[in-house]
Design a protein around this ligand. Sequence first.
Ligand code: DQA
Length: 146
Amino acid sequence: MKKILVIHGPNLNLLGKREVNIYGDVTIDEINGDLKKLAKSKKVALEILQSDHEGEIVEHIGGSCGRFDAILINPAAYTHTSVAIRDAISAVNIPTVEVHLSNIYSREEFRHTSLIAPVAKGQVSGFGKLSYILGLEAAISLINKK
Ligand code: DQA
């Protein structure tokens, strides 16, 4: 069975309580539940990680070689700062889809730059929980094309 690594970056464990005017009241458990349902229906396995630590995210990506067919990642604040996460994605050469709940291009200017986008296959931004669903659909279709 094909396998996808799902990574939620820093503070995404606080969804539901955190800036609900921006992120809505969806929780990470609801997102993960919907992702698991979709994966099951498409016969794909998921491993899901949430981490506030850049190094831990880098380690997981680095360790994904040969273990995963695609990566779905919301790098959260590290989107805008992390050369290390970008380099890890580039190094493992596993098709990666970047997702964001909010539209990062309609927010503060510092969020307009994603260091991850140039090494991702594509990005989905601005659709709340649906960004993850669309992102997973894209990741699955990339795997099936291979
Ligand atoms: C986010 C957007 C980032 O700018 C922010 O730092 C987050 C969440 C999103 O999903 O909209 O933590 O990645």
